[in-house]
Write a protein that binds this ligand. Structure first.
Ligand code: AMP
Ligand code: ZN
Length: 459
């Protein structure tokens, strides 16, 4: 049975099929901005996308799926972080990329086949902007920035229905793409393809498109350029959290289709947000959790993965710590059940209802229900191989450790406290020296705006 998934542009549930002659399914998932450890909302999106990847592999074969997920390693937030810490941008983004990878591994997310970075694809982005300038879809502003001319693309708004909904283009909804440079634009809805260097950017700059100032790419162009480079001009599926639908994905379509003259993505899918205690996660509300925050409470990453899949991906999910207790119990039940199963000889149809739910627009709560129907019936007629196939689809690794990570020893915590105090007092020399002292103990201090965590260094 084909995997059927809601498609955001047509607003219909549609089957996923590869469109290229080589039979390889081309899948692009917008990745994280590596300026801080990802929060559990981000991980809801990445876990849901990991399940899509797994279903595609089961459907088409592991060698017939190409999954690309980018890393946004230059933008206002990463640059601000580097400025605040007085460290080079690449050092900050590499550290947080390593943290992201460690968290993804703990959550049993398969690594994408290609994980391109924005800073590693400047030439590709500049080339694309040059083409858009030549074709009249972009213009240079007085300060040397380059903007996309939204009125030049009649298809603008097709995905988000931005015109029909009479949203004011360039309004508050526009999220992270909006810089304080509106006065340079010809029209409020135009968006930056290239941002001319500003003093706040420090040493972060590259040579720009023809006739433009030195600076850096806008955010949207990186996905258009990296998707084209690694997957080609037309891809089979493009995904992200619902907040990316507008303007990020709308802008990606405009850039790619004006540049390449062909359909950019045949299928768009957006998963819904995670709420915590019924509210949007935010630092000021104190309800923003990272994986480390939960591990420090004794939660296993696999329980978080389970809890994130317990809600329908296209509905908002209200996360509570109670849901993690239920998840730990469910995992224990699955583990005990697995131990009772023979290796083979079961009825292959046992898990048909499970896979039918998974393939019906990724109905993970219904699939978990079907899984527990099997479990509650007992082991008769079921074998480990088919059970493991179902668990592979969910990405639940029952062998993953259930005990929390080790805590840093008291003496390391004490140095970390001194370093944090030095940083708060803007005594960066002392903070740097203490960072080295911490490193010598085999631990790493990960800074956040409002606190820090200690991680066991790798190797
Ligand atoms: P960012 O690092 O901000 O670019 O976000 C990475 C991914 O996480 C994007 O696909 C976002 O749509 C998604 N995301 C951000 N906040 C949440 C949330 N609260 N729940 C689910 N996904 C989110
Ligand atoms: Zn993107």
């Amino acid at each position: 049975m084909p995997i059927r998934l809601f498609e955001s542009q047509s607003r219909e549930v549609r089957p996923l099929q590869p469109s290229h002659a080589d039979g390889v399914f081309r899948f692009y998932n917008c990745g994280p901005t590596v300026y801080a450890p990802a929060h559990i909302g981000n991980f809801r999106t990445f876990v849901v996308n990991d399940v899509i990847r797994r279903l595609l592999e089961l459907e088409f074969g592991a060698d017939k799926v190409k999954h690309v997920r980018n890393l946004t390693d230059v933008d206002d937030k990463t640059i601000k972080r580097a400025r605040d810490e007085k460290r080079p941008l690449a050092e900050i983004t590499q550290r947080l990329t390593a943290k992201f990878h460690a968290d993804c591994a703990a959550l049993n997310c398969l690594p994408p086949h290609v994980e391109p970075t924005a800073t590693g694809h400047i030439a590709e982005q500049v080339n694309m902007i040059d083409v858009l300038l030549q074709k009249g879809n972009a213009y240079r502003a007085a300060d040397g920035s380059v903007y996309f001319k939204v009125s030049s693309f009649p298809g603008y708004g097709r995905l988000s229905r931005v015109k029909e909904r009479e949203l004011q283009l360039g309004s508050a909804l526009a999220g992270k793409s909006q810089a304080a440079d509106a006065d340079e634009k010809e029209d409020g809805s135009d968006f930056a393809l290239w941002k001319a260097w500003k003093p706040d950017d420090g040493d972060v700059k590259w040579d720009g498109p023809a006739g433009a100032a030195a600076g850096r790419p806008g955010w949207h162009i990186e996905c258009s350029a990296m998707s084209k480079k690694h997957l080609g001009e037309t891809i089979d599926l493009h995904t992200g959290g619902v907040d990316l639908l507008f303007p990020h994905h709308e802008n990606e379509i405009a850039q790619s289709e004006c540049c390449n003259g062909v359909t950019f993505s045949r299928h768009w899918y957006h998963s819904e947000h995670l709420l915590v205690d019924g509210k949007k996660m935010s630092k000021s509300l104190g309800n923003l959790y990272t994986l480390d925050d939960l591990v420090a409470k004794g939660v296993s990453p696999m329980a978080l993965r389970y809890a994130l899949l317990a809600g329908h991906p296209r509905k908002q999910l209200n996360f509570t710590l109670d849901s993690l207790h239920a998840a730990e119990k469910a995992l224990a039940t699955l583990r005990a059940y697995r131990a009772t199963l023979p290796a083979s000889g079961g009825d292959p149809a046992t898990f048909a209802p499970f896979f039918a739910a998974m393939e019906d627009d990724l109905n993970t709560p219904a699939a978990l229900g079907a899984l527990f129907t099997v479990v509650n019936r007992g082991p008769a007629g079921v074998d480990a191989a088919s059970f493991d196939r179902a668990l592979f689809a969910l990405g639940l690794n029952l062998a993953a450790p259930t005990t929390p990570k080790t805590e840093a020893p008291a003496e390391v915590k004490a140095i970390a406290e001194r370093r944090w105090a030095a940083k708060q007092a803007k005594d960066f020399a002392t903070a740097d020296a203490l960072r080295k002292e911490i490193a010598a103990t085999g631990w790493t201090m990960l800074d956040r705006k409002d606190g820090y965590s200690l991680e066991k260094a790798k190797g």
